[in-house]
Design a protein around this ligand. Structure first.
Ligand code: URA
Length: 436
C-alpha cells in the first residue's frame, strides 16, 4: 500500500477502505508516514469529507493506536463526561461529585488547557498538593472507594490523536466533523468507561459556532459511541457567553465549590444538574434522566456531593481545607476593574474575548510549553441581560504581572456589548441527543 495512492483516492472523493485507514493511523503513530503526506490527507479529508463508516473505522484505529484502559476491576457502571471545550467551564468539578454521590463511578482522564479554553487538570493543580498523575492501581482504588477520580491523560492514550491534532492545529484542518469526532471519541473510547455524556458547546466561544453544526457533531459522536457498545448522550449547550462568573484556574475551582455549597451562579448549577442527571440515569442509578436530576439536586442540597469532593481532593493529595478557606489557593497581587461606559443592558459578553483575556492574564497558555499563573483570571460581575449604569463594575481581572493584567483588561473591554434594549435571555441547554 502507498500513502500517495490513499491521498489521491481521497482527493478524488473516494471512500477509504478499512485497510487504508488502518495503514494511515499505524504509519502516523509509528512515524513511518512523513508529516507532509499526513497533512495532505488531512486536507483532502477536510474538503472531501468522510462517510459514517470511514469515520467509525478511523476512530477505532485511533482508539487502538495506544493503551485501552481496562476499568472492569471497578464494580458498577462507569460513566465518563466530556466537554468539547468552553470558557469558564468547570462543570466536571461539580458533575463528577454529584454523580458519584448518587452511586455512579467516574474514572475521568482530562487534558490541560490550550488557547482560549481551560483544562480540568490545570484547574485541579491550583489546589495545593493535588496530584493529577496517579498509578493505575491508585486510580482504580480511588474510583472504587470515593466514587471518582480525575487524572491527566497519559501520552499512551490514543497517541495517533496527539500527532494528528498537533498537525491539524498548524494546517487549518481542525474544523471537520469526522476529524473532530474521531479525535474526541478515540480518546473517550480508549478511557474505558461504559457510558459517555458529551457536553457539546456551541457559539462564539466554541468550535461549533451554531446549533446545526453542534447537532451534526453530536449525532456523529453518539452514533460512534453506540457502535462501540457505549451508551452515549450529547447535550448541546450555549457558549456565547462564559459559563458562570469565574474564568481562570483557582477562581473556577472556588466557583465549583460555591456551586456544591448551593451558592454558585444559577447557569452553571442548572447545567451541572442536567448533566449529572443524565449520568445518573445512564449509570443505572435512576429510571429516567428527570429522576436522575432530582437525585443530583438532593445530593447538592444535602451536602453529600460537597463531601465527595472533599474526599476526592484529599485522596489525590490535595489540602481538603481549601473547601473552607479559599486563602489556601495561590494568591494574586494585582487586580484591575473594568466598568461600564454607558447605561443600558449587557447584550453580549463574547466568550472568545473573555477566553483570550484569561489567557493574556496568565491563566492560559498560547503554546504547550507556557507556564501558567494559577491565581490569574477574570471574575464577571454582570452576565447577559443585566441592567447597568455608567461606571458600574462589569468585571475584574486578577494576576501577578501588570502588563498581562492590562492586556487582559483591554480584551475584556471588547467582550462587553451594552445596548439600550433588554436582550432576550439566552437559552443555556439547547438540545439533548441520544437519550432515547
Ligand atoms: N477537542 C478534541 O479533542 N479534538 C478536536 O478535534 C476538537 C476538540
Amino acid at each position: 500500500m502507498k500513502m500517495y495512492d490513499i491521498i489521491l483516492k481521497k482527493r478524488e472523493g473516494g471512500s477509504l477502505s478499512t485497510e487504508e485507514i488502518e495503514y494511515f493511523v499505524k504509519g502516523v503513530t509509528d512515524g513511518s508516514i512523513p508529516e507532509y503526506q499526513t497533512s495532505a490527507l488531512l486536507m483532502a479529508i477536510l474538503w472531501r469529507g468522510m462517510s459514517s463508516e470511514e469515520t467509525y473505522v478511523l476512530t477505532k484505529a485511533m482508539k487502538y493506536s495506544g493503551d485501552v484502559v481496562d476499568l472492569s476491576g471497578i464494580k458498577g457502571i462507569k460513566v465518563d463526561k466530556h466537554s468539547t471545550g468552553g470558557v469558564g467551564d468547570k462543570t466536571t468539578l461539580i458533575v463528577a461529585p454529584l454523580a458519584a454521590a448518587c452511586g455512579v463511578k467516574v474514572a475521568k482522564m482530562s487534558g490541560r488547557g490550550l488557547g482560549f479554553t481551560g483544562g480540568t487538570v490545570d484547574k485541579m493543580e491550583s489546589i495545593p498538593g493535588f496530584r493529577t498523575a496517579l498509578e493505575p492501581e491508585e486510580f482504580f482504588k480511588q474510583v472504587s472507594e470515593v466514587g471518582m477520580s480525575v487524572i491527566g491523560q497519559t501520552a499512551h492514550v490514543a497517541p495517533a490523536d496527539k500527532k494528528l491534532y498537533a498537525l491539524r492545529d498548524v494546517t487549518a484542518t481542525v474544523d471537520n466533523l469526522s476529524l473532530i469526532t474521531s479525535s474526541i471519541m478515540s480518546k473517550k473510547l480508549a478511557c474505558g468507561s461504559d457510558a459517555i455524556v458529551l457536553d457539546v458547546k456551541c457559539g462564539d466561544g466554541a468550535f461549533m459556532k451554531n446549533e446545526e453544526m453542534a447537532a451534526k457533531l453530536s449525532n456523529m459522536m453518539c452514533e460512534i459511541g453506540r457502535a462501540d457498545g457505549k451508551k452515549t448522550v450529547a447535550v448541546i449547550t450555549d457558549m456565547n457567553q462564559p459559563l458562570g462568573n469565574a474564568v481562570g484556574n483557582s477562581l473556577e475551582v472556588i466557583e465549583a465549590i460555591e456551586v456544591l455549597k448551593g451558592r454558585g451562579p444559577k447557569d452553571i448549577e442548572e447545567l451541572s444538574l442536567k448533566l449529572a442527571g443524565i449520568m445518573i440515569y445512564i449509570g443505572g442509578q435512576a429510571s429516567s434522566a428527570e429522576e436522575g436530576e432530582k437525585k443530583a439536586a438532593e445530593a447538592l442540597t444535602s451536602g453529600r456531593a460537597l463531601e465527595v469532593f472533599g474526599r476526592f481532593v484529599s485522596a489525590q493529595g490535595g489540602n481538603p481545607e481549601i473547601v473552607n478557606d479559599y486563602k489556601l489557593f495561590p494568591q494574586h497581587s494585582i487586580e484591575k476593574k473594568i466598568c461600564a461606559k454607558a447605561d443600558g443592558y449587557v447584550a453580549e459578553i463574547k466568550a472568545m474575548c473573555i477566553g483570550l483575556a484569561s489567557q493574556h492574564s496568565g491563566a492560559g497558555r498560547a503554546t504547550k510549553e507556557d507556564e501558567i499563573d494559577l491565581s490569574a483570571g477574570i471574575y464577571l460581575e454582570k452576565k447577559v441581560g443585566a441592567a447597568v449604569k455608567t461606571g458600574e463594575l462589569l468585571a475584574t481581572v486578577y494576576g501577578n504581572d501588570e502588563s498581562k493584567v492590562s492586556a487582559a483588561a483591554a480584551e475584556i473591554e471588547k467582550a462587553f456589548v451594552i445596548t439600550n434594549n433588554k436582550p432576550e435571555t439566552p437559552v443555556l441547554i439547547k438540545r439533548i441527543i441520544g437519550l432515547q
